[in-house]
Design a protein around this ligand. Structure first.
Ligand SMILES: *Cc1c(COP(=O)(O)O)cnc(C)c1O
Length: 349
């Protein structure tokens, strides 16, 4: 979902942006009016996330999946080693992609427990000469989130934050690189935001494609080639909107309330099972099952018919997953709980 005020503003500006005489979709990315849009978007994101001055914010393409390759290409050039924390589907994909480029190991994994919690790590979990440690902060499909920031000592920590970025404040300086596909919490699909510390720019493998090079993108202010102009504009509207409601600490309060409502309900009843260990629970993606695959199917179908969309769990894990990203109002969660109560009553064996 996107915040309604953002969609309304986009609608109002759809045909003619301010006094430019054209739609943002029609602008040259080199025009002064578009340059202002991308600069303002960058600066609003910087304010929202309190990004320190020694970090660049890049707008890239290829999605978070493109970063699965970009990260090793840009960073794995010292020892040629990288350590991955495997906490779900996307960290597994990132791991597999990185293996193409060097000596990559799984430093910790919770796969043996079906990813029902995130792995525990200490500084000793990682090879001291690794070029970086990679993690996925919020595991979209399994509904888990790291309750802690791994201590990697002096090794740069790289985090995929696609499904939790902008949901709460984040201590950027604890990370070497943060990246996120925009489509979960920031904008429509098409742009990938990469926040990278200055000293990690310029170490790249010479075979790095120009469009995946942090150095090239930083030197060209994300305009080496045509950027995804419209998604960046939408990202700017979302950032402006979040600032207007009080920033990420305000957003976090709302998100905590929404998630607590749903988890409190799950903990209070015995019809649905919440497979995630409480200490690893995601604030964005809440997973639950009935324990019966046919009933799970029925649940998703009936919820869909009642107007609650996309509740079917990911095809790889089944069950149900309520994605309650920033723009989901608390009323959406209340409606879901009422539906869950009724469904439980009607389908109890
Ligand atoms: C959705 C998602 C991805 C995949 O993003 P794309 O932009 O489609 O490549 C990767 N990581 C996480 C954590 C995600 O939620």
């Amino acid at each position: 979902m996107l915040p309604l005020p953002v969609l309304e503003k986009a609608k109002e500006q759809l045909i003619c942006y301010e006094d430019s005489g054209m739609s943002v979709m029609e602008m040259s990315h080199r025009s002064p009016v578009y340059e202002k849009i991308i600069k303002d978007t960058e600066s609003n994101l910087r304010t929202l996330l309190c990004v320190p001055d020694n970090y660049r914010i890049l707008f890239m393409q290829g999605g978070a999946s493109g970063q699965f390759a970009a990260v090793p290409l840009n960073l794995m050039t010292g020892s040629g080693k990288a350590d991955y924390i495997i906490s779900g589907q996307f960290s597994g994909k990132a791991f597999k992609e990185a293996k193409k480029y060097g000596d990559v190991v799984a430093a910790a994994s919770s796969e043996a427990d079906n990813f029902s919690h995130v792995p525990e790590t200490t500084a000793a979990s990682f090879r001291a000469d690794a070029d970086y440690v990679h993690m996925c902060f919020n595991n979209t499909i399994y509904g888990t989130k790291f309750p802690y920031i791994p201590d990697t000592g002096s090794i740069p920590l790289v985090a995929d934050m696609s499904s939790c970025i902008l949901s709460e404040p984040v201590d950027v300086k604890k990370f070497g690189v943060i990246y996120a596909g925009a489509q979960k919490n920031m904008a429509p699909a098409g742009v990938t935001v990469v926040i990278v510390r200055d000293d990690l720019i310029g170490r790249e493998n010479p075979l790095t494609p120009a469009v995946l090079s942090y150095k090239n993108m930083a030197e060209n202010d994300s305009m080496y080639n045509t950027p995804p102009c419209y998604p960046i504009y939408m990202c700017g509207l979302v950032a402006e909107y979040l600032l207007s409601i009080g920033g990420l600490s305000e957003m976090e309060k709302i998100n905590k309330k929404k998630a607590a409502l749903l988890y409190d309900y799950l903990d209070s009843q015995d019809y649905y099972i919440a497979p995630v260990e409480p200490s690893s629970r995601s604030m964005m993606n809440v997973t639950f099952v009935t324990g019966d695959k046919e009933l799970d199917k029925k649940f998703a179908a009936e919820a869909d018919a009642a107007g609650m969309k996309n509740l079917k769990g990911h095809r790889s894990v089944g069950g149900m997953r309520a994605s309650i990203y920033n723009a989901m109002p608390i009323e959406g969660v209340e409606t879901l709980i009422t539906f869950m109560q009724r469904f439980a009553k009607e389908n109890r064996k």
